[in-house]
Design a protein around this ligand. Sequence first.
Ligand SMILES: Nc1ncnc2c1ncn2[C@@H]1O[C@H](COP(=O)(O)OP(=O)(O)OP(=O)(O)O)[C@@H](O)[C@H]1O
Ligand SMILES: [Mg+2]
Length: 271
Amino acid sequence: MIITVTNTKGGVGKTTLVANLAGYLADLGKRVLCVDADIQPALSSYYPLKTEAPNGLRQLIFEASIENVVSQTTIPNLDLVYSDDPKGMLQNFILHTADGRQRLHYTLEQIQHDYDYILIDTQGAIGPLQESAIFAGDIILSPVRTDKVSATEFNRGTVRIVSEARVMASRLGMQIGMLYAILFGVSRTRDANLYAEALTRLFENQQYDQIRLLKTRIPDTAAYRTAASAQRPVHTIDMHTRGKTPCALEIMSSLAAELFPVPPPPSQGIS
Ligand SMILES: Nc1ncnc2c1ncn2[C@@H]1O[C@H](COP(=O)(O)OP(=O)(O)OP(=O)(O)O)[C@@H](O)[C@H]1O
Ligand SMILES: [Mg+2]
């Protein structure tokens, strides 16, 4: 199963979400691959590497090949395709190549049987590389901050490009997964609660066909930053709920249960 994490806005928590959900699933014993499709390679250095492959994202897209693209992180069961496109050449390539937007999808199909979950991180902007990541996703997951700008941008940006990608994909005989929004960095302020409620109502009232707001919310806590500095999955350092804010272990478990009510069939990879 491929999960693409995207939002046209920067700094909303995409990389944090990919790294920690991937870390949680890997800890459950699932075989997980992270693909860093952001030209700023934050996910690529989120966890230390045990082995570094000679190739990264460019090989997947320029060459449509999976040869030597998989690096291993020090987290058991968690592999990575790192981002190696600092000049953003892939954007142009995808734009000007006939099957550009489908390439990531087709290339990941070649590797998919080795993994239970593949998580793709994207850059917070609109572009052909983001579209190709959306094309590849069985599930599109979008963190949304609970402030006015983020809520508006989600509607105007992410919802629009996913809808446009759906139209484009169906013309090509492809299908794009459901878009799940998750409220991210929800602080315990009155403002954050008002926007959270407004977003919840928006989803309830508009009866979107292919968009759901998840019940799980990621709270605004220092644990996520601490875990990133320690290069560890947050659920391994924030395991006990004290007070009103649920611990990261509880959050990741609830998120995984909501996203994957039926776990994917076991991978055929080497265990
Ligand atoms: N739950 C949280 N509570 C508080 N801060 C958080 C939380 N999760 C992440 N952050 C902080 O928010 C910032 C942005 O997060 P992150 O880098 O994951 O966003 P992004 O969407 O990937 O950004 P970009 O668009 O630049 O790639 C980081 O400094 C991160 O440490
Ligand atoms: Mg990021």
